[in-house]
Design a protein around this ligand. Sequence first.
Ligand SMILES: CC(C)(COP(=O)(O)OP(=O)(O)OC[C@H]1O[C@@H](n2cnc3c(N)ncnc32)[C@H](O)[C@@H]1OP(=O)(O)O)[C@@H](O)C(=O)NCCC(=O)NCCS
Length: 148
Amino acid sequence: MHLRPATPADIPVMMNLGNHSATASHWSREQYDRIFGAEPPRRLALVIEEAVGLQGFLVAHEVATEWEIENIAIAGAARRRGLGTLLLGAFLDHARAQRASAVFLEVRESNHAARLLYEKWAFTESGRRADYYTRPQEDAIVYRLSLA
Ligand SMILES: CC(C)(COP(=O)(O)OP(=O)(O)OC[C@H]1O[C@@H](n2cnc3c(N)ncnc32)[C@H](O)[C@@H]1OP(=O)(O)O)[C@@H](O)C(=O)NCCC(=O)NCCS
């Protein structure tokens, strides 16, 4: 198992993973390209690989002194083996090293797997955005982890 920063060569597999995960954010090629764009905001994209290939990714960006997790997905067959925990842990190490004050994210209310993953890392619910998601329409729960 190998955890490393993503490169533009990873985009096709990241897109495949993200777009085949019903509850991940479904991004266009342009949105993935923007991760590596010429003038990106402060972003971090991490991937996790095993012998069979890329098994998951996480994308986050800096918003003032905070970081927002924008997307995280693990391949269906590789779930529940701790890879999401490893990715999130590596990202939190980075955010702490950048002296971030907090990390936040939005998640579908019904996405229990992801919510339990965040709660495992001590994120707590800090709000709700009504009808934030479409197809299907659903509220977002905002999770926050204070690092200060
Ligand atoms: C959410 C996701 C990234 C978790 O990745 P993962 O590698 O399976 O997670 P882990 O194996 O590290 O599990 C960590 C914890 O999350 C919880 N969890 C993960 N999947 C779960 C499931 N299917 N049911 C219940 N709890 C689950 C458990 O608390 C688990 O800890 P445990 O195994 O010690 O009980 C993965 O399910 C996924 O890619 N989902 C689709 C995309 C998505 O929803 N992204 C989040 C958008 S906000």
